[in-house]
Each structure stands twice: as structure tokens, then as C-alpha cells.
Design a protein around this ligand. Structure first.
Ligand code: GZL
Length: 631
């Protein structure tokens, strides 16, 4: 083993020299490895392709990635700077691959161009973590980034509250119009101010995101600046220029500044708020820590790596800036105390649910977490009782898989009042006021995308060449987020394909009997004229198949059947030639959930959303995969 490592180490050195030489000759601006040149025993190399190193937060990302990587003796990092050029970023990636990297982290220059390149790398078997700017599709391993619309909206909402009934005038600095994140933040900001009739926005165009440009512009616009109440900028860099200009004009007590980024570091957002120079900042966690965390899981082939992690952003002003700084600096303080979790589980309605419960129970043991699970048999009242019992018990964290989306505000307020954080698992809730932050994070699937995938499969595999194809939709239980959102996604793609229509839709409560009943009741009132069944889960699909066969209707022959979950039972039905397609909804979220619980208890910032990784399977691949299924 040592010999092998030695060999890899020597190859690494030779390759490193070759890469640096190639990159320097090719005009590539390579940032030398922070540690690869002097690390014994390197077993994995992470390549990082950064879009540019002009923006502060991109430099901050590289620094955060390096800080994290330096903690591991056997991991090395190589970074490149595309200087804003997509063609150069492609060359950088090719060089990194030639260098022999084991995983690529990329913040793309141009989502479209780089999306194709990312797919090429991912399809070649090299794991890819995309950061900050999401590319179209899902041909990557993991996406980590903020929701920039939400960040802008949070800033706008803060300013609306700040100005109150009186309202006022706000300057919005427009930095680089080509910046996707800037455009999204400005869009969210304007959306928040739209409702406020008493606030006038004055857009001031900078054309770039630099501190000096902001400084010069504010000085030049003194006549306008003297008359406004607030200046909004969407980056710490510009905010510093604004604060310096206001101070030099003696206006820093009269005009308030609000920005986005909230980075740590001298004269960054958090520091400017601490100094009282910035009224508020909306934090945009960089994600470097999370990226290395997940990169290690991927390199170690650990289960439970999600598909997307949407980082949480928070309003930070004088009231909470110290707490925010302390939380950012909090290490994973594992004080050895056993964490106690109260889990309110929907029920036992489906094979998916049973697999989900098993995954959570097994992971709790693996993470040495004390799990108290209450099964609610699809009753919201029982879930309320369970949550109140957890509050009384004084657990450290409450986790809820909610049977329906609404009606949770009161009991969640009780948990918040008791100082117990709540994680939403598998399904999410809709609360009256998101700013109340009644839940810490949502961990689960993208149900809307699952619905889209089901209809895309139908579009691509069930030709509508004989007129309009009639679809029966069998839905889960009323008001559940998977029911509402799968339907939403399905109808979104359906609306783009006129050769299909949903001619009958009913609820089957996600149970075998429920699915059977929908078909039985239809046949009691109609001759069978359905071409396709879209069932929102496998259990209902299998119940429907039983009823079809009882009436001599051949599943997959006389009617195509598409389901969601992709349980082993669904694979067996596909192998039997009865089920046509299964869209995956992964219940194995135990490892991600317990990691989130552990991070939460150690004071780490929780992501806004953690979305699981999922695929689509049909009869053409069912036999290949059936033996590999984990549920
Ligand atoms: C989806 C989950 C749904 C499954 C059903 O995340 O909430 O509930 O699709 C289950 O099988 O009953």
C-alpha cells in the first residue's frame, strides 16, 4: 500500500509540474495547489474550476474550499481561474482531467455552454459538484448554491419594514448586467418592493460590481443621494464603496445601506454591520464547507448524497450579527452528548413509507442518535399529539413528515417557543409567514420534477399518433405536497403536448386498496377507454393493475402504466411486463437526515433545502437494476 501511495505521489508531482507548465504556456492562470505540492499520501485530487477570481465571493469560495481540504491529509486540491471565459473554462477542465482529478467542483461561467461540458465530464464517470449557478437538467452529481431570488426578496422585505408606512426613496445599484446572481437578486428585490406603493426605486447603473465604481457613482450622484433613505446593493464589494462614499460626504448617518453577501472578513458585510456602517446584509453562504463534506462522501461512495443543496440566507443586522458570526465560526462541536430526536412519521401506507422508516431508524443507530418515532397512520391530529409530546419530552430536534401541507403554524410555533428546531423530512409544509422561520430545513424530493419526468416519459414512449391519448391520474391523499406537486409537474409538461389529456382523476391515498378502488369505480361507470394511467405512487399502481387484470384488461398492453417511487415491487411489476415505467422517489434519506441533525446540533448553518438524487426506470432496464435496489 505504501508503495502504491508512493507511486501515486511521484506521478502526482510529475503531473503537477507538467500541468503547471502546460497551463502557464497555454496562458491559463492557474492558482498553484495550496497543498498538493507537499502532501504525502494524497489519495484523491479535487479539481476546482472557478468562473473568475474578480468577484470577492469567488475568492472566498476558493479560500473556503482550501481551508476545508487542508483538514484532510489524503485530499489534494487544484484550482483554476477561467477569468470569465467559457472557452477557457472548458480548457481548464480538460487540463484538470488530464491531470488525473478524482472529482470536479465547478462554478460555471456560462450555464448553457458549461452545462454541456459538465454533462460530458459526468457521463465520463467523474463526479461533478456544480456550485452557485445551476445548469439545466440533472447531468451532474450534486448542485450546491443559494436561491438568489429569495436573497433579493429578503433584502427588499427588510427595507419595506424599515421604511414602514411612511415609505421613502431607495437607490438600487445595478452592477454587472451579465451577472446571473445579480440579476436574480435584483429581480427578487423589486418583487418585494412591488407591493409597497409608498417606496420609489431609483435604479443607478454601474455596469460593474467593483467597490471603486460604486464609490465614484455615489459621489457623482450626491444630489440624488441626499434625497434618498436607503441604498441597496447586491454585493459586499459594492456596499463597501457605497459606505466609504457616504462617509466621505458626511451622509452615512442620514442614508442607510442594505446589501447581500454577508461574508466574514474585514470590511465585508458582517464586519460592516458590526461597525454600524451597513444597516443590514442578507447572508449568502458560500457552500465551500458543504462542498468538501459531500465531495468526501462521494469519493467514499457513501449513500445518501442528495442532488441539490439550496443554501439558507438570513437577514443580519445589529440585532443578530454577533450570533451570526459565532455560528459561522462554530466547528462541529461534538460534545459527545447523545442527541435526542422526535420523529413524527406519516404512517405505514406504502412500501415506500416502510423503506423510509427503516432508513431513518437504521441511520439513527449508525449516527448514535436517540430516535423516538411516532407513526400517525395518516392522521394530522396524531402528528400534532406526537409533536406536543416531543416538546414535553424536551427532545433536541423534532423531525416531521407531514401528512398534509397546511395547518401546522400553531404547533410549529409551540416548538419554536420551546426552542426546539424542526426539520421537515420527505414532505414540506406551507406556513402563513415564511419569515417566521418555523422550520430549519426541508430534506426530500423535488416532487414537481418527478411529475414532469413521468409525463416526459409518456411523451417519449407512448406515441399519440391515433388522436388524443386519454390519461387516468390516480393521486395520493388530498393536500399532501407530493400529491399537489407531482400533479403540477405532470400538467406542466402535459400542457406542452396537445396529443394527451387527463380525462379522469381521483384520489387513492397512496395505498394499494386506494388505487384498486379508483379503477373499480371508473369501470362501474364507464367502458374502459383509458390509454395511460399515471399513478402518483407504486402501491396505487399495483392496486390498479390487480383490478385491471380482474376485468381482463392487459396492463402495459391495453393501457400503459407509469408510477412514482420505483420500489422493488415496482421493479418486479416491470419485469413481469405489467408496469411500464417507474419514476424514482428515493426514501433512503436517513443518512442525509441524521447528518443534518448532527450539523444542526453542532450549530452549523442549515441549508434551505436538501433535494434527493432520483432517476427514471422502465422495462428496458428493470432487470438490470432490480438486484441493486435498496428499497
Ligand atoms: C414521497 C412520499 C409519498 C410516496 C408514497 O416523498 O411522501 O408518500 O410517494 C408515500 O409512496 O406514501
Amino acid at each position: 500500500m505504501t508503495k502504491v501511495l508512493k507511486t501515486k505521489w511521484h506521478i502526482l508531482c510529475v503531473l503537477a509540474a507538467a500541468l503547471l507548465l502546460a497551463l502557464s504556456m497555454g496562458g491559463c492562470h492557474v492558482i498553484p495547489m495550496s497543498d498538493g505540492g507537499n502532501k504525502e499520501g494524497v489519495t484523491s485530487i479535487i479539481g476546482v474550476s472557478q468562473a473568475n477570481m474578480r468577484e470577492e465571493w469567488r475568492v472566498a469560495l476558493i479560500n473556503e474550499l482550501r481551508e476545508e481540504t487542508d483538514k484532510y491529509e489524503d485530499i489534494s486540491i487544484v484550482t483554476t481561474d477561467a477569468t470569465g471565459s467559457a472557452s477557457k473554462q472548458i480548457q481548464d477542465i480538460d487540463n484538470l482531467i488530464g491531470f488525473g482529478i478524482d472529482l470536479l467542483i465547478i462554478s460555471p461561467c456560462d450555464e448553457k455552454i458549461m452545462g454541456d461540458k459538465i454533462k460530458e465530464v459526468h457521463d465520463a464517470g467523474i463526479p461533478v459538484i456544480v456550485m452557485d449557478r445551476a445548469v439545466e437538467g440533472f447531468d451532474y452529481t450534486l448542485y450546491i448554491g443559494p436561491d438568489n431570488e429569495v436573497i433579493g426578496m429578503q433584502a427588499g422585505t427588510y427595507i419595506v419594514d424599515l421604511l414602514g408606512e411612511k415609505g421613502g426613496d431607495v437607490i438600487a445599484l445595478v452592477g454587472n448586467p451579465a451577472s446571473v446572481q445579480g440579476t436574480e437578486r435584483l429581480s427578487g428585490f423589486k418583487a418585494a418592493l412591488e407591493e409597497a406603493q409608498n417606496i420609489n426605486i431609483h435604479e443607478v447603473y454601474l455596469g460593474t460590481e467593483s467597490k471603486d465604481a460604486a464609490y465614484d457613482m455615489i459621489l457623482a450622484a450626491k444630489n440624488m443621494v441626499e434625497k434618498v433613505d436607503v441604498i441597496f446593493t447586491y454585493s459586499d464589494t459594492m456596499a463597501l464603496g457605497v459606505c466609504d462614499a457616504l462617509r466621505s460626504m458626511g451622509l452615512d448617518r442620514k442614508v442607510m445601506t442594505v446589501d447581500c453577501d454577508g461574508f466574514k472578513g474585514v470590511d465585508e458585510g458582517l464586519d460592516l454591520v458590526s461597525q454600524g456602517r451597513l444597516k443590514a446584509t442578507v447572508s449568502c453562504p458560500i457552500g465551500g464547507k458543504e462542498a468538501i463534506d459531500y465531495a468526501l462522501s462521494i469519493l467514499n461512495n457513501e449513500s445518501g448524497v442528495p442532488k441539490q443543496v439550496i443554501l439558507r440566507s438570513n437577514i443580519i443586522d445589529s440585532s443578530n450579527v454577533e450570533e451570526s458570526i459565532n455560528r459561522i465560526n462554530a466547528q462541529t462541536a461534538d460534545d459527545g452528548k447523545k442527541i435526542r430526536v422526535g420523529y413524527s412519521q406519516v404512517g405505514q401506507e406504502s412500501n415506500w413509507r416502510l423503506a423510509n422508516t427503516k432508513s431513518i431508524e437504521e441511520s439513527a443507530k449508525e449516527f448514535n442518535i436517540d430516535l423516538h418515532m411516532e407513526i400517525a397512520d395518516q392522521s394530522q391530529e396524531k402528528q400534532f399529539e406526537a409533536i406536543r409530546s416531543f416538546i414535553k419530552e424536551g427532545v433536541d430536534v423534532i423531525v416531521v413528515s407531514p401528512v398534509v401541507e397546511t395547518g401546522w403554524d400553531e404547533v410549529l410555533r409551540e416548538a419554536k417557543a420551546a426552542g426546539i428546531p424542526v426539520i421537515m423530512s420527505d414532505r414540506n409544509v406551507v406556513v402563513e409567514n415564511r419569515e417566521e422561520n418555523l422550520t430549519t430545513t426541508y430534506l426530500g424530493a423535488d416532487f414537481v420534477e418527478e411529475g414532469r419526468r413521468a409525463m416526459r416519459w409518456i411523451r417519449d414512449n407512448v406515441a399519440a399518433d391515433g388522436g388524443t391519448m386519454k390519461i387516468m391520474e390516480i393521486m395520493g391523499n388530498t393536500g399532501a405536497s407530493p400529491t399537489e406537486e407531482r400533479d403540477q409537474g405532470f400538467r406542466e409538461i402535459l400542457s406542452e403536448n396537445p396529443g394527451y389529456e387527463i380525462s379522469y382523476s381521483d384520489y387513492g391515498d397512496f395505498t394499494f386498496e386506494g388505487g384498486r378502488k379508483v379503477v373499480s369505480e371508473y369501470l362501474a361507470q364507464h367502458e374502459w377507454d383509458i390509454d395511460i394511467i399515471f399513478s402518483q405512487n407504486d402501491d396505487m399502481a399495483l392496486g390498479a393493475i390487480e383490478e385491471l387484470k380482474a376485468h381482463g384488461i392487459r396492463p402495459d398492453e391495453d393501457v400503459k402504466i407509469i408510477s412514482v417511487d420505483a420500489t422493488t415491487e415496482a421493479f418486479e411489476a416491470m419485469v413481469r411486463g405489467e408496469l411500464s415505467c417507474a419514476v424514482e422517489c428515493n426514501p433512503i434519506i436517513g443518512p442525509q437526515l441524521m447528518k443534518a441533525v448532527r450539523d444542526l446540533c453542532s450549530g452549523k448553518q442549515m441549508p434551505f433545502r436538501i433535494i434527493t438524487d432520483e432517476k427514471v426506470y422502465d422495462q428496458s432496464v428493470a432487470d438490470d437494476y432490480i438486484r441493486k435496489r435498496l428499497y
